[in-house]
Ligand binder design. Structure first.
Ligand code: PRT
Length: 105
């Protein structure tokens, strides 16, 4: 099992934990909208580090982004595996070819 899968499992367990004892439980108890807001904040912090070309900051903020993405998914009962399956489905399809195949709007 990889680190991301381990973390997703921990987050799923924390959904039943006491919000006083777990950051994850506390955030999940605030609801999906708060989880989404927190993910957005962390994404912006990662963007700032990328623009500043701060390598250490980008690594640290990216870890926050992944953690908060998993919490947001948990808040809407979406399993990490469902996202990984979607990525696997896309493997081998060029992004340029996929975009060209979309119906014209
Ligand atoms: N990976 C993480 C992780 N990354 C970030 N964070 C927390 O996310 C919070 C967000 O940090 P911020 O500074 O943005 O938040 P803040 O300023 O305190 O919050 P605001 O009041 O500003 O919204 C901090 O409290 C971090 O400690 C994490 N908390 C937990 N985990 C993992 O989740 C596991 C379970 O943690 P608990 O749920 O706390 O038991 C841990 O063992 C870790 O593996």
């Amino acid at each position: 099992m990889n680190t991301l899968t381990d973390l997703a499992n921990t987050i799923e367990e924390r959904a039943k934990a006491d919000p006083e004892s777990s950051w994850t439980a506390k955030l999940l108890a605030k609801g999906p909208e708060k989880c989404a807001e927190k993910f957005g904040e962390e994404a912006i912090e990662a963007i700032i580090e990328a623009v500043k070309d701060n390598r250490e900051g980008l690594i640290s903020e990216s870890a926050d982004v992944l953690f908060h993405l998993l919490v947001m998914l948990q808040s809407r009962n979406v399993a990490l595996d469902e996202v990984l399956n979607e990525l696997a489905r896309r493997q081998g399809t060029s992004g340029i070819a996929e975009k060209a195949s979309r119906p014209k709007s």
